[in-house]
Design a protein around this ligand. Structure first.
Ligand code: HMG
Ligand code: MG
Length: 300
C-alpha cells in the first residue's frame, strides 16, 4: 500500500507525557502553557488531561483546572481520558472536546491499570459511550499492550483484534493501538495491524508507540506502509505509564515530524516550534529532551 499523503498527529505530552512524572505535581500553569504552545505549533489534536482517580494518578489531579484554564483555539481538539462515568461527567463539566476510554489486550495489565478485567472494562464503557453520544462528544478507544505486556509477555494479535473490535463496535470513532512498553519490532507491528484491520478499518486506527527500546520510528514506518495515518506522539518524548514499570515515553513528536518530513508526508505541524516547546517543557522538568532529532538540530 502507498504511504499516506497526510498524517494526523495527536500530541500526548500533557497527558501520557506528564501522568507519570515523578516528584512534585507539575504546576497547572505549566500544563496550560504546554497545551497552548502545542496548538501554536500547529497541532490540531492534543490529549490535554485525564479524568481518572487522583489517588491512582496524582499528576492528573488538576484535570479540571487545566481544561478550564486553556485559551482554546477553534480548530483544536482537546481530549481527555475518561475511564468511567464519573470521569466522563467531570470531563464534560470541564468542556472537553473529545474523550477516550482505555482497555488492554492483557488481563494482568487491565487489572493493574484500571482494577478490573478486560470484559468488565468493556461493560463499564457502555454507559460512558451512551452518555458521550447524548452529549455529542466523540469517544476514542485505546488498547494497551498490543505488542507485549510487562506482566504476561507476548500478546496474540487475535487478542488485540478482539478488544479493538469491541471498542469499535460500541462506537469508538477511532482505536489507538498502544505499544505501552515499547517492546515491538516492525514485523510484529505489521502482523498486529493485519489482524486488527480485519475488524476495524485501517482508516480508523491510530498508532501509539512508546520508544523504550528505540524501535518506535521503525515500527511507525512499517504501519504507515499499511495505511495507518494517525500517530500519537509526545513532544520532548515525555512520559511513561505508571502501571508499566520501566516503560519510557511515547515516541517524540520531533522524531516523528522528522521522519514524516523526509517521507514527504504533511502534518501541518512546525518542527522548529515543537523543538522549542520540547526544550522548554523538559527544562521545566529539569532535564533534556529525549528526542535525538531535537538534540541534533539544537546542535546546529
Ligand atoms: P477503583 O478504585 O476500582 O474505582 O478505580 P471505584 O469505582 O471503586 O472508586 C474508588 C474511588 O475512586 C471512589 O472514591 C471514587 O469516587 C473514585 P471514594 O469513594 O473512595 O472517595 N473515582 C474517581 N475519582 C475521580 N475520577 C474518576 C474516578 N473514578 C472513581 N474517574 C479507576 C478504578 C479506573 C478509577 C482507577 O483504576 C483509575 O483511575 N485508573 C487510572 C489509571 C491510569 O490513569 N493509567 C494511565 C492511563 S492509561 C495509559 O497510559 C495507556 C495509554 O497511554 C495507551 C498505551 O500506552 O498503551 C492510554
Ligand atoms: Mg501510552
Amino acid at each position: 500500500m502507498a504511504l499516506p499523503q497526510r498524517v494526523r498527529l495527536v500530541d500526548m505530552a500533557p497527558r501520557d507525557g506528564l501522568q507519570n512524572e515523578p516528584g512534585e505535581v507539575v504546576a497547572t500553569a505549566v500544563k496550560v502553557e504546554l497545551i497552548e504552545r502545542l496548538a501554536r505549533a500547529g497541532l490540531t489534536h492534543i490529549e490535554a488531561a485525564s479524568f481518572v482517580s487522583p489517588r491512582w494518578v496524582p499528576q492528573m489531579g488538576d484535570a479540571r483546572e487545566v481544561m478550564l484554564g486553556i485559551h482554546r483555539e477553534s480548530n483544536v481538539t482537546y481530549s481527555a481520558l475518561t475511564p468511567n462515568l464519573k470521569g466522563l461527567e467531570n470531563a464534560l463539566e470541564a468542556n472537553v472536546s473529545e474523550v477516550a476510554v482505555f482497555a488492554a489486550a492483557s488481563e494482568a495489565f487491565s487489572q493493574k491499570n484500571i482494577n478490573c478485567s478486560i470484559d468488565e472494562s468493556l461493560a463499564r464503557f457502555e454507559p460512558v459511550m451512551a452518555r458521550a453520544r447524548q452529549a455529542n462528544v466523540r469517544v476514542r478507544g485505546y488498547v494497551s499492550c498490543v505488542l507485549g505486556c510487562p506482566y504476561e509477555g507476548d500478546i496474540a494479535p487475535a487478542q488485540v483484534a478482539r478488544v479493538a473490535g469491541a471498542l469499535y463496535e460500541m462506537g469508538c470513532f477511532e482505536v489507538s493501538l498502544g505499544d505501552t512498553i515499547g517492546v515491538g519490532t516492525p514485523l510484529k507491528a505489521r502482523q498486529m495491524i493485519d489482524e486488527v484491520a480485519k475488524v476495524v478499518p485501517v482508516e480508523h486506527l491510530a498508532a501509539h508507540f512508546h520508544d523504550t527500546y528505540g524501535m518506535a520510528i521503525a515500527n511507525l514506518f512499517a504501519v504507515l506502509e499499511q495505511g495507518v495515518a494517525v500517530i500519537d506522539a509526545s513532544t520532548g518524548g515525555l512520559g511513561g505509564c505508571p502501571y508499566a514499570k520501566g516503560a519510557s515515553g511515547n515516541v517524540a513528536t520531533e522524531d516523528v515530524l522528522y521522519l514524516l518530513r523526509g517521507l514527504g508526508i504533511e502534518t501541518g505541524v512546525n518542527l522548529e516550534s515543537i523543538i522549542e516547546t520540547g526544550e522548554w517543557i523538559t527544562g521545566q522538568l529539569g532535564r533534556a529532551p529525549a528526542s535525538k532529532v531535537a538534540r541534533a538540530l539544537e546542535a546546529h
